[in-house]
Design a protein around this ligand. Structure first.
Ligand code: AMP
Ligand code: MG
Length: 369
């Protein structure tokens, strides 16, 4: 089955939506259970908060008696995707096997050698889109960034006590330069399901994984006729699906990057959408007043230092929303906006001074707090 982008290219300004105040669609609810959703709505919401794909997955799903069952199946879908395909940590995953096969330690000696690996149809389709986006973003999104992200290991640093960090834990310029030698989307090409890859390259699909998960979840929901509506977040990526029985819109809050306990506003959405945010507040360490975060500029090998602190992308397609939020973060506001427009998606930027700017079409959905 050919993976199709849910995005309708050049969608331009969407239909005008009535912006109404409503509370966030049930996020923050803990544990599994069923709740009535207020007086105006006879929906039965199954709610759950779990961990999958190394992140928090929050679900709120209206599917009558089957809601709870579906939330469990959705967690399984995400876990399978991670375990079978996307993980670079789990031996069972295709990406792990590719990194430890074609891109493996043989690399340095074999530098310049090409390896060919047969990939699954699903991974082939994901990689094809990632490569197209890498070209389209002039390398701002680059899934060959694995050597560099592993060198930085921001997650590992983040679990250390921040006050104990001296700066010696950070990679040196020399180490970064060496990893950049093994980085570059031009080192990859696809011929159908044949992936040709230069030795030493390490893939990292962290920038798109949550979006791919949203696409999987969306396909799952489409197959369940009991599902009336759902809002599901996988880390910084959120899927809205179907409708609330009350007819009210979905409300998706946008985090304030200067104070992550606060929001800067919210999107008002009807039906199926994907919203992904990339920000420097998600995973980072601070040493001597400098923030080292998890989004790398593939041209420098250092955490991207553009003019933005967060980028939110709104589109129908999960992979596209996730990939473009990362790419636009690296590119910054001006080039990021151009990239978003070229893909017909809406984008919202919060810059380092806290100024909010957005594409014209985003104004139809975003309400400032
Ligand atoms: P996101 O939070 O969606 O912006 O994705 C960030 C994750 O993607 C990081 O934790 C890395 O695993 C990976 N990554 C970081 N920088 C890049 C980049 N420029 N291109 C592709 N992947 C990246
Ligand atoms: Mg992303």
């Amino acid at each position: 089955m050919k993976r199709k982008l849910r995005q309708v290219r050049g969608m331009g300004r969407g239909c005008m939506l009535m912006l109404g105040i409503a509370c966030m669609a049930g996020f923050g609810a803990c544990g599994m259970g069923k709740t009535a959703d207020g007086n105006a709505d006879d929906a039965v919401w199954a709610q759950s908060v779990d961990t999958a794909m190394g992140t928090i997955v929050t679900q709120r799903l209206d599917a009558g008696d089957r809601g709870e069952e579906f939330t469990e199946q959705i967690i399984k879908e995400i876990t399978d995707l991670e375990e079978d395909t996307l993980s670079w940590r789990l031996e069972s995953a295709e990406i792990y096997r590719i990194n430890h096969g074609a891109g493996a330690a043989v690399s340095k000696a074999d530098s310049g050698t090409d390896f060919t690996v047969e990939v699954s149809e699903e991974l082939g389709e994901i990689l094809e889109i990632c490569l197209e986006l890498a070209k389209g973003s002039h390398g701002a999104l680059d899934i060959t960034i694995g050597e560099v992200t592993r060198l930085w290991s921001i997650d590992a640093l983040a679990v250390m006590e921040q006050q104990d960090l001296t700066g010696d834990e950070l990679p040196t310029e020399k180490e970064i330069a060496a990893c950049l030698e093994e980085t570059g989307y031009e080192k990859l090409s696809l011929k159908g399901q044949q992936l040709v890859m230069e030795a030493g390259v390490q893939l990292d699909l962290g920038a798109v994984g949550k979006g791919v998960a949203l696409d999987r979840i969306c396909s799952f929901l489409e197959q369940q006729e009991e599902v009336q509506g759902a809002v599901i977040s996988v880390g910084g990526s959120i899927l809205t699906y179907g409708e609330k029985r009350s007819g009210e819109p979905w409300i998706v809050a946008v985090t304030n990057p200067f104070d992550t306990s606060q929001t800067i506003g919210y999107l008002t959405l009807q039906g199926q959408w994907c919203v992904s945010t990339s920000g420097d507040y998600e995973r980072y360490v601070e040493i001597d007043g400098t923030r080292y975060h998890h989004i790398i500029d593939p041209h420098t090998g250092y955490p991207a230092d553009s003019d933005v602190r967060s980028v939110t992308i709104l589109t129908k397609d999960g992979l596209l929303s996730d990939a473009l939020s990362t790419a636009c973060f690296v590119l910054g506001e001006e080039a990021g906006k151009r990239l978003a427009q070229s893909y017909g998606v809406e984008a919202l930027f919060v810059d380092k001074e806290g100024k909010i700017t957005m594409t014209e079409g985003m104004k139809d959905y975003f309400q400032r707090k």
